[in-house]
Design a protein around this ligand. Sequence first.
Ligand code: 3HC
Ligand code: NAI
Length: 698
Amino acid sequence: MTDKIGYTRKGDVAVLRIKNPPVNALSHAVREGLVAGMAQAEADDGVKAVVIVGEGRAFIAGADITEFGKTPLEPFLPDVCKRIEDSPLIVVASMHGVSLGGGLEIALSAHYRVAQPSAKVGLPEVHLGLIPGAGATQRLPRLIGVDPSLDLITSGRQVKAAEAESLGIVDQVTEGDPEDVGVAYAENLIATNAPRRPVSEMAAPAPIDWDAAYDGTLKKGRGQISPAQAVRAVQAAAELPFDEGMLAERKIFMELMETDQRQGMIHAFFSERAVGNLPELKGVEPRALQSIGIIGGGTMGAGIATAALLAGFNVVLIEMKEDAAEAARGRIAGNLSGALKRGKITQMKYDAMTNTALEVSINYDSLASVDLVIEAVFEDMGVKKEVFGKLDAVCKPGAILASNTSYLDVDEIAASTSRPADVIGLHFFSPAHIMKLLEVVVAEKTAPDVVATGFALGKALNKISVRAGVCDGFIGNRILATYRTAADHMVLDGASPFQIDKALVDFGFAMGPFAVGDLAGLDIGWATRKRKAATRHPAERVPTYPDKICEAGNFGQKTGKGYYIYEAGSRGGVPNPEVSELIAAERAERDITPRDFTDAEIVRRYMAAMVNEAAKVVGEGIAKRPLDVDMVLLFGYGFPRYWGGPMKWADLQGLPALLADIESYAKEDAWFWEPAPLLKQLVAEGRNFDDLNKQAAK
Ligand code: 3HC
Ligand code: NAI
């Protein structure tokens, strides 16, 4: 037996203890150990039952994801499950922490399941582009029926022990040491002569309308294939004998294992965890954080205050005037009451957050003792410098001074204080209490422990924090500006905004760029265009029709009209015909003969622009690694998770072909499509973006 499985005897009961920290993933050694452990128990005189428990913080977190893509080694997980279920001994799984994916499948192969009240179970394989591949699609429907099984398998959601018990997944929920609870349960089974109870021998579940379920799931997945494929696997449970159903599940699982979506989603899983793993943070202690100051209680300030309150910080928010302060308080209360309604906080917590933990003031002196201040005032360098001057005067030594600026130069802001080492950019995304992304913008003089504190704050706020350097728009907004421009160019040349939006939604984006513009407010882009007009390169092609939409007072959803027309109360719109007229007029003025674009060409150009700019961002060191860009686009810009991010997408497409396309587009517009030096270098060296990620991890 391997050292990954401990074997002990408690009277008539053998205990198999899984010891594979941190989360008992089912690595090859664990699978081998489980098989050997079952054999040892069966050969051990007098043993009547086996209890499987996990050591440490979880029962089992599932298959070992690091083994995916490598040659699978026997014993395979479905066979381990069968070995457990076929045992002549009674097998009990005693679960604590999480039992996920293959972990739950091991438990479903046991004859009885007990769990701690705090335990959670789930089948998150769809989040990795897979379906359960060790029998859950066959056993779970037999145990709890088709509808709840499909809910769990296609959503990947985790359920707490109480819900698992009411669904019939868990037989008993008992608090205590998992091993003691499991052994007591097994002893009782032995004492009452309870039978073995293999789930595979239970009756096949009743069928449903499978095609309707498949179509509905496919649509909901917005292009993600694994949840819909899970429906077919569950269908096999209803229609085929158990062993044939298992083969059907295995076939789908192995096919999905070969897909780009599986690679993309696993890249996302590991990148999400690697993103905060930076050499500059190693061994650097963050500064202590208890109270947070926020300047400006508009959209962003109120959202950031909400996030900070929800995470347990004390917040002092400064506004300019009493009425603005009241409005800010109202916005925060509105956000928190949303959290209250969704059951995220109790009334008591709500009262404490709005009364005790939050102070709204118009007096900067109230900031004297805060540990960190986040400025979220108007996007204007003059205003920001004035604010930072005041912060410099009132904040205690060692307090961190942060700006939530979207584009402005954090070095210049820092230089307006006497303590540039304490200044950093903390760029949140709207709505700040909901969006997961935080760009931690490190300026030239920012001290390492200030950077570490930015990441610590992100963690406390449950954000995905990404390190960014200083440039116009940092990582996300800079790349956005480029791919938005590619879309604008395609409109000038013949595509409609509506076709572009649709092609990109079909690609997997939550929304197309023009619908996003309507949602954010077209006045924002208008203001940016005006701001940049003076410094624009002469070769830049900038359409003027969007200005005309704004000049007519149409700013998108908030005015009921933009690229789309919105019926009162509706978030979805219908194409605005006036936009098509404005575009046609501009093409005529510029002497452009519009041409047709296929959806494939739209996606290719949009993505090529995104990847090319992203490669410049990495090449210039604004993002440290390609995976940092991927996480920014995934968590801040609605990029489809199943592609892993734009850099992973590019790797999957192949960089040489992408560079060739960029070079061919450059023949039309050499300024806009100038290939990124890093992209050229990688192609010349036969490497890809993931090679850079791996190099950085060494
Ligand atoms: N395989 C390999 N490594 C895993 C893993 C797994 N299944 N689950 C977690 N890890 C690793 C993480 O990468 C991380 O490594 P690091 O410290 O080197 O970065 C470490 O374990 C700790 O993980 P987290 O930082 O995520 O710790 P948390 O406590 O926040 O979360 C968790 C724990 C809830 C278990 C979370 O890690 C998780 O969701 N894991 C994935 C679970 C999953 O998807 N299971 C299904 C696998 S597919 C499967 O089982 C197929 C089967 O049907 C055949
Ligand atoms: P907003 O206009 O909604 O709010 C700004 C608030 O700051 C107003 O309530 C105003 O009264 C207050 N304010 C202005 N000067 C002040 C001062 N000297 N002292 C105290 N309060 C002052 O603006 P919004 O959208 O919240 O943006 C704020 C900052 O966040 C900007 O820098 C913006 O670029 C950035 N940002 C905005 C995002 C968005 O989606 N709206 C996303 C990420 C960053």
